[in-house]
Design a protein around this ligand. Structure first.
Ligand code: B3K
Ligand code: ZN
Length: 873
């Protein structure tokens, strides 16, 4: 397979003015008729051939302006169709045949639990009909869907329904019109036996919008939260960005087989059922929050993505980075803002940093790719969102909002680039953002080494910052980045933020300094007392910041920093220092000793704390094994696990009564609601329970059993069941697991959780369990949720996946090889853990590489090929 390059971009020679489609649905032979109105672009050569994408299509007929084409008129291959000569404006009629029932890749038109649905982003539309499948071709669409009255009573597509009727042979049709020009990746069709929940929203200009969520009948009681989230999102986008919804109808459909979370098709969002269905008895708080965020994300795309879209797929972060930033802000406004930030950053620093340091590292705007599906990554989404957040902080919210207004107004109905977006921000603010653009082109995580010195004689604090971005594949040398660092100086005597004076200018007590050079020294004057610097507040830039803090200084920041995020971060840094010592002790076979400063910091948090419960729960949570691993030069999975367990147990032994008091104080039998207050309370209570279970405290064991038995809500049940299953009390957990599995056998989303709970435990029998569960009737390799819940979760089980006999790696490779044929997109994602082999000891390196090589010997999809090739390069 050959890569495509950003620098090769050419505007299309022909644009589509209007697209008319007719689908005659059939599992094995759906007929798709297309009538496309084309016009040659002014700049194009009048001899330019018409090039259309098309894959896995059986061509039945082809005509231009009513005249059938013969084989001499065109050239057809596996990737599409080239028609040698066409007039300046014409209509192209085609008919093709496709087979939704055998489409296991879940791209294009496929069947999921008997219903028809589509996924076209990025390049799935070419599996539906011959078309210029590129986002810079935008057309209005008219779509007629014909189906069986019994099997497909509901026929949906984008826009508004304009006609419907009965046909002979028990068939019927519905015709849909979407008046907004859109690229074909936003096309959608759904047909099946669906049931709806309906509601209404009045927009800011007083228009009534009908809101519908379509699900299988048994899920009608699981839509309330998604509907409430949708209405909140619509209101938030009006108030925050002045963006109003534009059609009279907005639909969400839940499908069981879906490669990603959801898809923002115009007026007809299609969701993975896991990202939309909730019920207190079946979904955890985390799922409720995730659903809220994804519903918002897809809705926000209506402007950031649909009305204004991407010129080409290299610009993917234009819509994704901006939309993730928008949904993060929405969730922060709706829930606990500091906790949202802590959770996002904690995930980002674990997973995106790892991606940015590995063989598949790429810039926020890549300059080449083989398979675009492989680029729906943490870098494009989450780092892209961090870059937009930096922009917002750099220019200030008011300018950012003006820039955003200008962007939507100027480019409405167009397909544009990242430069267009940043240019709007530069114009609105007058800032020079040219150096800032490097965030889009340079891959890798910048590292900052910081050093500070207090001069008592002159009352000055000198802060020196040195930045360096490590080499990444294809980018050996990097230029310095423009890095905004939000900071404060916390007085060691007063415990208060001191006023910052830089080059004679008073900046206030919390300010942003700009690091642009490789090395810069900032001299703060009139610093009345020795301070501890609080740097990178609220994670103001996606960088690694090293500062030689002492443990005493970290304990001080943990209690005194005015920035909630940095208070949490100080605690994480303090725990990391202790963990580092313990990892070393474990490796050297030396007795482990707990750092009493960590214990005392925890005691203060548990007893004296005024911090809100949600933040407190985060502060009491140790860095994950995956995050700790990211901080080590060579990952020693066993030492990390042992060290972290040692800290948990030491804390639990000394602070047992305090944890128990927290647990008791936060129990409640109030009816479940996904409110921030209740979520915080449950989270804190369950964190305390985790500590108590780490020492298998008899009372805690009984409390877990009780929490499972009472079955008040899934958050509590899942947490307690997980603690039991992950403890050594198989006598208790085995019957509980069995009962849970039987009770929920009918609910695929709960069975996903049942799989995950079992294969994430630290006990050494996990690999055999995975093999056994792959034969379970609730498992199917064709369903991405199942693959993620069982195989994906196992690959995150660090001690078991990285077994020294290499069997964990072999199992993953086996599944990747099988999925490569069935669903290349999922296969390419699943292989990721193996691509991180450089991080491990030599023995594991060679075992992991051996599996990658075994995969590479197979006839590979371009998806898996691209990832494996990079990993072995
Ligand atoms: N835009 C979709 C991505 C789907 C791509 C699948 N290959 C989801 C989202 O970001 O909203
Ligand atoms: Zn998105």
């Amino acid at each position: 397979p050959q890569p495509v390059y950003l620098s090769d971009y050419q505007p299309p020679a022909y644009r589509v003015i209007h697209t008319e489609l007719t689908f005659d649905l059939d599992p094995a032979a759906t007929h798709v008729k297309a009538r496309l109105l084309f016009e040659r672009n002014d700049q194009a050569d009048d001899k330019a051939p018409l090039v259309l994408d098309g894959e896995q299509l059986t061509l039945i007929s082809l005509a231009i302006d009513g005249t059938a084409l013969t084989e001499a008129d065109y050239q057809l291959d596996d990737h599409g169709l080239k028609i040698h000569t066409v007039p300046a404006s014409f209509s192209l009629e085609s008919e093709v045949k496709i087979a939704p029932s055998t489409n296991t890749a879940l791209e294009g038109l496929y069947q999921s639990s008997g219903m028809y649905c589509t996924q076209c982003e990025a390049e799935g539309f070419r599996r539906i009909t011959f078309y210029p499948d590129r986002p810079d071709v935008m057309a209005t669409f008219t779509v007629t869907v014909i189906g069986d009255v019994q099997k497909e009573p509901i026929l949906l597509a984008n826009g508004n329904p304009v006609a419907r009727g009965e046909m002979e042979g028990g068939r019927h049709f519905v015709k849909w019109e979407d008046p907004f020009p859109k690229p074909c990746y936003l096309f959608a069709l759904v047909a099946g036996n669906l049931h709806k929940v309906e509601d209404h929203f009045t927009t800011m200009s007083g228009r009534d919008v009908t809101l519908q969520i379509w699900v299988e009948e048994e899920n009608l009681d699981k839509t309330e939260h998604a509907m409430a989230s949708l209405k909140r999102s619509m209101e938030w986008d009006e108030q925050t960005y002045g963006r109003e919804y534009d059609l009279d109808l907005f639909m969400i459909v839940a499908v069981n087989d879906f490669n990603m979370g959801a898809m923002e098709n115009k007026g007809l969002n299609i969701f993975n059922s896991a990202a939309v269905l909730t019920h207190p008895q079946t979904a955890t708080d985390a799922t409720f929050q995730n659903v809220e965020g994804i519903v918002a994300h897809e809705y926000f795309h209506n402007w950031s993505g649909n009305r204004v879209t991407c010129r080409d797929w290299f610009q993917l972060s234009l819509k994704e980075g901006f939309t993730v930033f928008r949904d993060q802000c929405f969730s922060a406004d709706t829930n606990s803002a500091p906790v949202k930030r802590i959770q996002d950053v904690s995930f980002f620093r674990t997973a995106q940093f790892a991606e940015d340091a590995g063989p598949t590292a790429h810039p926020v705007r890549p300059d080449h790719f083989i398979e675009i599906t492989n680029f729906y990554t943490l870098t494009i989404y989450e780092k892209g969102a961090e870059v937009v957040r930096m922009l917002c902080n750099l220019v200030g919210w008011e300018n950012f909002r003006r820039g955003s207004d200008a962007y939507f107004e100027r480019f409405d109905g167009q397909a544009v680039t990242i430069e267009d977006f940043v240019e709007c921000m530069a114009q609105a603010s007058g800032e020079d953002l040219s150096q800032f653009m490097r965030w889009y082109s340079q891959a890798g995580t910048p590292e900052i080494d910081a050093y500070g010195e207090y001069d008592y004689v002159h009352s000055e604090y000198r802060l020196t910052l040195r930045q360096r971005t490590p080499a990444t594949p294809g980018q050996p040398e990097k230029l310095p980045m423009h890095i905004p660092i939000r900071m404060g100086l916390v007085g060691t005597k007063s415990g208060q933020d001191l006023t910052l004076t830089l080059a004679g200018e008073k900046l206030g007590k919390d300010a942003v300094i700009h690091l642009r050079d490789e090395e810069q020294t900032f001299v703060f004057t009139d610093v009345a007392e020795a301070p501890v610097p609080s740097l990178l507040r609220d994670f103001s830039a996606p960088v690694k910041l090293n500062f030689p803090y002492s443990r005493e200084e970290l304990a001080f920041l943990l209690t005194h920093d005015s920035d909630g995020f940095n208070r949490w971060d100080a605690g994480q840094r303090l725990a990391m220092l202790a963990l580092d010592d313990l990892i070393a002790a474990h490796r050297n076979g030396v007795e482990k000793v707990m750092d009493s400063r960590v214990t005392e910091a925890f005691r203060t948090l548990l007893t004296g704390s005024t911090v809100d419960k949600a933040v407190l729960s985060e502060m009491l949570t140790l860095p994950s094994e995956a995050y700790i691993a990211e901080q080590q030069p060579i990952v020693d999975v066993d030492a990390i696990h042992a060290a972290r367990e040692f800290v948990r147990q030491s804390l639990a032994l000394v602070l047992r009564d305090e944890f128990m008091a927290i647990f008791e104080a936060n129990r409640t039998d109030e009816p479940y609601a996904p409110t921030p207050e209740q979520i915080a309370q449950r989270s804190l209570k369950n964190t305390a329970l985790s500590y108590l279970m780490s020492i298998e405290d008899e009372k805690a064991v009984a409390l877990c059993e009780e929490q499972v038995a009472v079955d008040h809500n899934m958050t509590d049940v899942r947490h307690a069941l997980t603690l039991l299953v992950h403890s050594d009390r198989d006598d208790l957990s085995a019957p509980a697991l069995k009962a849970f599995g039987e009770k929920w056998a009918h609910d695929p989303l709960v069975m996903d959780q049942w799989f995950t709970i079992q294969v994430t435990r630290p006990q050494p029998d996990v690999l055999e369990r995975v093999q056994f569960l792959m034969q379970h009737p609730a498992f199917s390799i064709k369903n991405p949720n199942k693959v993620r819940a069982l195989i994906g979760a196992f690959a995150q089980n660090r001690v078991n996946f990285h077994r020294l006999d290499g069997k964990g790696y072999a199992l993953l490779a086996d599944v990747v090889i099988e999925l490569n044929r069935l669903n290349p997109e999922i296969a390419a994602r699943l292989v990721t853990p193996l691509t991180r082999w450089q991080r491990f000891d030599e023995n594991r390196q060679s075992l992991m590489r051996a599996q990658l090589k075994r995969i590479k010997e197979e006839p590979l999809s371009s998806n898996v090929y691209e990832v494996v090739e990079k990993a072995l390069a």
